[in-house]
Design a protein around this ligand. Structure first.
Ligand code: M6R
Length: 619
C-alpha cells in the first residue's frame, strides 16, 4: 500500500528518498511525490501520477537538499491525481506531510478549517493534517514537533506520518498510530520509513516506533516520545531497542529472474528449510517453537482455536484448521479477519486466536487481534516480517523466516506458512498429549524431505507447465477444484490466476460443484483439479468424470506414478507423492507457476498487478 521515506543528514536528501521510493515500488501505488528543503529553507515539491520514473523526470536535475520526505500513494480518498498525491501542504506552503492510513473524521476537520479560512487543494483525507499543523503553529505551538503532537489529538483513524517545515530546516518529525513507521540510524543522518525495504541499502540499524510514539530527528539527534494527551506533562525520552535488519538489498532484488514472483516461487526449497531450521528433533518426534514457550500453559489449556487471516494467508489458515484438528485434536475455526472483527464469536481466556499474516501490517488482521484481546483470548501470530505490527501486538508467535516477499502476489509466504502450521500443529499435539512421538516422528521426517521434493518440481516441470499455460492463455474463465487438503490449494490457485492474469477463476470444493457451479461447465470452461493420491482420491476421480461428461477441458494436478488419471483428463501436471497433510506445500507450486506463466504470456506486469497492493493497511 502507500509508502513513506524521509531523510535528514549530510547526503543529498532528495536523491536518497527517491532511491528509497524505488525500493518501495513493489508495494503497489498509483502516484508519488517528494518535498525537499535545503539548509537555507528553500522548498522543492514535485508530484506525479503513475510510475516513479514519471516523478524522476520532473526532478531532472535532482535538486540538492538536506531534508526530504517522499511517498508512494495508493488511492483511498480521492482519485489518483497530482493534486491528491502526497506530500500535502498548508496554505503557506511551509509544512509538508506524507501519510499512510486513513483520517476517519477528515470531513468534519476540513469543514471547521474551511470556516476558519483555510484553502484546500486536494480531495484527500491527508491534507487536513497539514492545515491542522499550520493552525497549531498559528495558535502558539513552540515548534513543529509540538504542533504535530497537538494536531494529531484532533484526529481519529490511523496514521504513519513524516512531516517537515521550511522554518525548521533541520528537523524531521515522524509519528505513528496504526500504520507502521521505523527510524533508520546512520552517522549524523536518520531516515524514516514505513517499510525496512526503503532503507536497507543505507543502514541496517533500525528502531521500530510503536503506536502513539513520535520521533523528532535532526542530523545530530534522535528523540522519541509518547504522544501526550492534552494538558499532560512531557515524560522522559523513550529509550528504545535498536534492531538489525538481517537481509540484504540483494535479497530483495531479482537475482537473475524476470520477475520477483518467479524468483520467490523458486525459493520454495530454501523457504521450507528456513521455516524448519532448528525447530525439529526428528528422532524424538518433537518440535521446538521458542516463540510459544512463554504461553505454553495457556496454550495447553486452550479449548478452542480461531484462525484469523486475509487472502492467501486465509487459505493457509484453512489448511491449518485441518492440521490442528488432525494432529492436535483442537477444535479449530477460521474467519476472515475483516469478518471476525464484527462477528459475535463467543470467546474467553481458554480461546486462542491465531493471526496469520505475511506482512504483519494488514489492517483487518490487526483489528481482529485487538478484538480478540478485548475478549480475553490468548493471541498468537504466524508472521513473516520481523518487527511488524502484528508481532508487537500478539502475546506470542512464530516467524516464517521466508525473507522479504516483494511480488504483490504471495507465493513463498504461503509455502512457509504451511510449513510453520504443520510444526505448530505437531507442537500442540505433542504438548497436549494428543499425538504420540511414534506418530509425529515419521511426519517430521517426511516434512524434512520436502525441500528436496520442491526442488524436483522446480527443476523438472517448469517447461511442461509453461506449455499447458500456452494452451489456455486465451480462456476467460477457469474453475479450480479440490477436496480436503486440496480444497484450499484450489482456492489459492484460483486467487493467483485472478490476481496476475486477470482471468476470472473460481475455487471450489469438488463436492460442491454439483450444487451449482457445474451449470457453468462446457468446453469453453476449463477446470484444474487438484487430485493427489490421497484419502479422497476416488471421490475426486468421480468429479472428474462428471466434468468430462459435460465437455470440460481438464488439467489434473496428480501424484507422480498415477497412471490412471491421464486417461480421464487433457493435461497432467505432477507432484511427488507425500502424505496428504503435507501435500499442499508441494501442490501449490505448479499452480503458482501456472498462474505466473499465464500472466507472462499475457504480457502483464506480474509483480505489480493492477488495483492491488502488497500490504493492505486500510480496513
Ligand atoms: O500480509 P498478509 O498475509 O496479511 O496479507 C493478506 C492478503 O492481503 C494477501 O495474502 C493478498 O491476498 C495477496 N495479494 C495474495 O497474493
Amino acid at each position: 500500500m502507500c509508502g513513506i521515506v524521509g531523510y535528514i543528514g549530510k547526503k543529498n536528501a532528495t536523491r536518497t528518498v527517491l532511491e528509497g521510493l524505488k525500493r518501495l515500488e513493489y508495494r503497489g501505488y498509483d502516484s508519488a511525490g517528494i518535498a525537499a528543503i535545503n539548509a537555507s529553507g528553500d522548498i522543492f515539491l514535485k508530484k506525479a501520477v503513475g510510475k516513479i520514473v514519471s516523478l524522476e523526470k520532473k526532478l531532472n536535475p535532482i535538486p540538492s537538499s538536506t531534508l526530504a520526505i517522499a511517498h508512494t500513494r495508493w488511492a483511498t480518498h480521492g482519485e489518483p491525481t497530482v493534486e491528491n498525491a502526497h506530500p500535502h501542504t498548508d496554505c503557506k506552503n511551509e509544512i509538508f506531510v506524507v501519510h499512510n492510513g486513513i483520517i476517519e473524521n477528515h470531513e468534519k476537520i476540513r469543514a471547521a478549517l474551511l470556516r476558519e479560512g483555510h484553502t484546500f487543494c486536494s480531495s484527500t483525507d491527508t491534507e487536513v493534517l497539514a492545515h491542522l499543523i499550520e493552525r497549531c503553529i498559528a495558535f502558539g505551538a513552540s515548534d513543529l514537533a509540538e504542533a504535530v503532537e497537538q494536531a494529531v489529538r484532533h484526529v481519529q483513524g490511523t496514521f504513519g506520518l513524516a512531516v517537515i517545515y521550511s522554518r525548521e530546516p533541520a528537523v524531521l518529525v515522524g509519528v505513528r498510530r496504526g500504520s507502521p513507521l521505523l527510524i533508520g540510524l546512520g552517522k549524523q543522518e536518520y531516515m524514516l520509513a514505513s517499510d525496512a525495504s526503503a532503507i536497507v541499502g543505507k543502514t541496517r540499524r533500525v528502531i521500530y516506533l510503536n503506536d502513539n510514539e513520535m520521533a523528532v530527528l535532526t542530523p545530530f539527534s534522535k528523540k522519541i516520545f509518547h504522544l501526550l494527551r492534552s494538558g499532560a506533562r512531557r515524560k522522559k525520552e523513550l529509550k528504545k531497542p535498536v534492531s538489525m535488519i538481517d537481509w540484504s538489498i540483494e535479497d530483495s532484488q531479482k537475482g537473475g529472474f524476470d520477475y520477483f514472483m518467479e524468483k520467490e516461487i523458486f525459493e520454495a526449497p530454501s523457504v521450507i528449510e528456513n521455516a524448519l531450521r532448528g525447530r525439529i528433533i526428528a528422532r524424538k518426534g518433537e518440535v521446538k517453537l521458542g516463540g510459544l514457550d512463554a504461553v505454553r500453559n495457556r496454550l495447553r489449556d486452550s479449548r478452542r482455536l480461531i484462525i484469523v487471516a486475509c487472502g492467501t494467508s486465509y487459505f493457509a489458515g484453512l489448511i491449518g484448521k485441518y492440521l490442528f484438528e488432525t494432529f492436535a485434536g483442537l477444535p479449530t475455526d477460521i474467519a476472515y479477519s475483516s469478518e471476525f472483527r464484527y462477528q459475535p464469536s463467543v470467546m474467553d481466556k481458554n480461546t486462542t486466536v491465531l493471526a496469520i499474516s505475511q506482512s504483519g501490517e494488514t489492517a483487518d488482521t490487526l483489528g481482529a487481534i485487538r478484538e480478540a484481546k478485548k475478549r480475553r483470548a490468548l493471541t498468537l501470530g504466524i508472521v513473516n516480517v520481523v518487527g511488524s505490527s502484528v508481532t508487537r501486538e500478539v502475546d506470542a508467535g512464530i516467524y516464517n523466516y521466508a525473507g522479504p516477499e516483494i511480488a504483490v502476489a504471495s507465493t513463498k509466504a504461503f509455502i512457509s506458512q504451511l510449513s510453520v502450521l504443520v510444526l505448530a500443529a505437531i507442537y500442540l499435539g505433542r504438548m497436549r498429549g494428543f499425538l504420540s512421538s511414534e506418530k509425529s516422528a515419521p511426519i517430521l521426517q517426511e516434512l524434512l524431505s520436502l525441500p528436496g521434493q520442491a526442488q524436483k518440481i522446480l527443476e523438472r516441470d517448469v517447461h511442461k507447465i509453461k506449455e499447458v499455460a500456452r494452451v489456455y492463455k486465451n480462456h476467460n474463465n477457469f474453475l479450480y477444484i479440490g477436496r480436503k487438503y486440496s480444497w484450499p490449494v484450489a482456492l489459492e490457485g484460483a486467487l493467483k490466476l485472478k490476481e496476475i492474469s486477470y482471468i476470472h477463476a473460481e475455487g471450489y470444493a469438488s463436492g460442491e460443484m454439483k450444487h451449482g457451479p457445474i451449470a457453468l461447465i462446457d468446453k469453453h470452461f476449463p477446470v484444474l483439479v487438484v487430485s493427489p493420491r490421497d484419502s479422497v482420491y476416488t471421490k475426486t476421480l468421480s468429479n472428474i468424470q462428471e466434468l468430462k461428461a459435460r465437455g470440460a477441458k481438464i488439467i489434473a494436478l496428480a501424484s507422480e506414478g498415477d497412471t490412471e488419471i491421464g486417461h480421464h483428463v487433457d493435461h497432467v501436471m505432477t507432484i511427488p507423492k507425500v502424505r496428504e497433510e503435507l501435500s499442499p506445500i508441494l501442490s501449490v507450486i505448479p499452480l503458482q507457476l501456472f498462474a505466473y506463466h499465464m500472466a507472462v504470456l499475457k504480457d502483464h506486469d506480474v509483480d505489480k498487478p493492477r488495483n492491488l497492493a502488497k500490504s493492505v493497511t486500510v480496513e
